[in-house]
Write a protein that binds this ligand. Structure first.
Ligand code: FE2
Ligand code: FE2
Length: 284
């Protein structure tokens, strides 16, 4: 099977409509980030992001197609002109590795978030799988195709942290607010990159107890949640990091792709990217 055929079959499996708009292949994030798609596929590796570790594992397995949820060269749109102009050394080495072993990288971002078929409707593949793995799928509220809001049995934020670290094989997590704060209503917001007025308003108005954040910055949402917690409101933030959270959901694609290539001898495996964080604790 050609690499282009594998990619087309995966696209067809997904819903293809995101935020009420048909995904436009000309402008979506889901581009061939590297390599050639007209050659025979020798094996497939799936990962949340195509790190050096993931590329090396693909090489070891003899796979020439990496399906990745995130970008290859560290920027939205995977632009490389700026890296070529500045002769970025890491870029050059990563590129040499991909060239040497003829690896193709295709990004499955907009498509997987647009939906995978579950029962009789489409749901966000990443967050549905995350909810399923942590056991929250039965507690989904809000837009039930997105799996971003939950009303869970009462627990503490530190207990949620422990669960996520266990299912993700993670070394640590970060909590804002008292770790023993009781939580029931959970939201996984979109990227928290700068202005947070919308999410602060939503958390306040709809009384969310726990924000399960991907990126986190100090001067907006974190400050608000900490003030709220200090005023004895049940408000906390837990983060394990963006890729550490989404990798749990990306595993959903392993079975999907296995089905797609089931009549071939292609090997397909999910690579559980290592926790990108190391921690040094002050009491060590
Ligand atoms: Fe992401
Ligand atoms: Fe994502």
């Amino acid at each position: 099977m050609y690499i282009s055929q594998v990619i087309d079959k995966i696209k067809n499996y997904h819903y293809g409509i995101r935020n009420e708009q048909l995904i436009d292949d000309a402008i979506s994030k889901d581009q061939v980030l590297y390599g050639d798609i007209t050659k025979e596929c020798t094996g497939i590796v799936i990962a949340v992001w195509p790190s050096i570790e993931v590329i090396n594992q693909a090489i070891a397995k003899g796979a020439n197609l990496i399906i990745s949820h995130e970008a290859l060269f560290w920027n939205r749109g995977d632009h490389t002109g700026w890296l070529e102009q500045s002769n970025n050394k890491t870029f050059q080495q990563k590129k040499e590795l991909l060239d040497k072993y003829q690896i193709t990288v295709w990004r499955d971002h907009d498509y997987i978030h647009s939906g995978i078929p579950i029962d009789d409707h489409y749901v966000d593949g990443i967050f549905w799988k995350f909810a399923k793995v942590i056991g929250w799928d039965q507690y989904v509220i809000g837009d039930t195709s997105k799996y971003r809001e939950f009303l869970i049995p009462e627990t503490t934020v530190s207990e949620v942290a422990r669960n996520i670290m266990t299912i993700g094989g993670l070394k640590g997590s970060k909590i804002i607010g008292e770790p023993n704060t009781k939580v029931r209503k959970v939201i996984i917001p979109s990227h928290n990159l700068g202005d947070a007025k919308a999410i602060i308003t939503k958390v306040d108005k709809e009384n969310f107890d726990l924000v399960l954040a991907m990126e986190l910055i100090d001067f907006t949402l974190s400050e608000y949640v900490l003030d709220s917690n200090m005023l004895s409101q049940n408000k906390t933030i837990l983060t394990v990091g963006h890729f550490n959270l989404e990798k749990i959901g990306m595993k959903v694609m392993e079975n999907v792709v296995k089905q797609i290539v089931k009549n071939t001898d292609l090997d397909c495996s999910f690579i559980d990217s290592s926790d990108m964080y190391n921690y040094v604790m002050n009491n060590e």
